[in-house]
Ligand binder design. Structure first.
Ligand code: HEC
Ligand code: HEC
Ligand code: HEC
Ligand code: HEC
Ligand code: HEC
Length: 177
């Protein structure tokens, strides 16, 4: 009997601890989060401020399929070469792009945002629900170099899903494999 009670107490402590932990991460009391403020250097200094800001190229011209797929793709070189076949061809960076393009290579862009493997995220459903790129990524069109501005923590996701006007699911299996 003592042993069973002991085991129950231990289970209770683990269970309670787990619920408390899940409560804490859902409510941003403990923010695990991933790399807020992360702003890696890129192999070619591609500027969103110039392309999306000054020249007003639409986000979706380069990030094709964001509204229909899980991932917002990063553009292939042929998208860049649509313009850079003729624009600024004297620049050493553009020469580098053109060389990679003609030899069938790609640019190894460093990823900025990256959720852990156990999390499901889907761009299409958020875009369809009317969320703008800036809601989650901030003013990318003003960034010389992309920076992660949202924590991408569970609390951050759940807080938006909880807003009554969003009618977004809150069960664990929505977001976890
Ligand atoms: C001319 C093409 C082009 C346009 C227009 C463009 N992007 Fe990008 N975007 C890129 C490239 C190339 C990268 C990868 C290199 C980098 O991070 O700068 C990128 C990276 C990103 C990333 C980071 C991806 C990661 O690794 O996490 C985000 C977020 C992003 N873009 C959002 C936007 C938004 C929002 C807009 C519109 C305001 C936009 N982009 C317009 C080409 C473009
Ligand atoms: C719709 C046309 C267009 C597209 C598409 C485009 N660019 Fe550009 N890009 C420009 C213009 C315009 C400039 C400014 C040229 C100038 O300063 O005279 C520029 C400038 C640049 C520069 C600065 C070059 C320097 O030395 O000053 C880089 C680097 C660059 N682009 C990379 C890219 C990459 C990488 C892509 C694809 C992800 C891309 N561009 C797609 C129009 C475009
Ligand atoms: C509801 C929040 C949200 C919105 C709205 C959103 N994103 Fe994202 N974006 C994310 C998250 C979270 C990630 C990281 C996904 C991962 O690691 O699986 C991401 C990643 C990216 C990436 C890196 C490639 C990828 O899919 O992992 C690009 C590029 C990007 N977003 C562009 C955009 C553009 C362009 C828009 C607007 C058309 C947009 N995002 C709207 C949250 C959002
Ligand atoms: C700015 C508000 C907002 C943020 C931040 C947000 N979501 Fe959502 N999410 C929504 C809304 C609204 C829906 C409902 C879309 C619908 O079904 O109409 C949704 C739906 C979903 C769905 C269901 C998609 C489907 O296929 O039905 C998943 C999975 C999801 N979100 C994951 C995440 C994850 C993971 C994060 C954090 C990394 C996140 N969301 C951050 C607003 C948000
Ligand atoms: C709206 C999306 C969303 C929902 C709903 C959600 N989670 Fe999460 N969860 C995340 C994201 C994103 C992360 C990764 C970021 C982090 O660890 O804060 C995460 C991380 C976790 C972690 C791991 C923390 C770590 O150590 O990395 C656990 C455990 C967890 N969630 C449990 C749950 C449980 C249990 C539920 C249901 C009560 C739930 N989650 C519902 C998005 C969600």
């Amino acid at each position: 009997m003592k042993k069973i009670v002991g085991a129950l107490v231990v289970l209770g402590v683990i269970g309670g601890g787990l619920s408390a932990f899940i409560w804490a991460i859902s409510n941003n009391k403990v923010v695990i989060g991933y790399n807020k403020g992360y702003q890696p250097d890129q192999p070619i200094p591609f500027s969103h401020k110039l392309h999306a800001g000054q020249y007003k190229i639409d986000c979706k011209y380069c990030h094709v399929g964001t509204e229909v797929s899980r991932h917002a793709s990063v553009p292939a070189l042929n998208v860049c070469m649509n313009c850079h076949m003729t624009v600024k061809t004297d620049s050493p960076w553009i020469k580098q792009l053109a060389d990679a393009y003609s030899s069938g290579k790609s640019v190894a862009w460093n990823k900025v945002h990256l959720l852990p493997d156990h999390v499901k995220f889907n761009h299409a459903s958020h875009i369809k629900a009317g969320k703008d790129c800036t809601t989650c990524h901030g003013q990318v069109a003003e960034m010389e170099k992309v920076e992660q501005v949202s924590p991408l923590s569970m609390g951050w996701c759940v807080q938006c899903h909880r807003q009554p006007e969003n009618k977004a699911p809150l069960n664990c299996s929505t977001c976890h494999y």
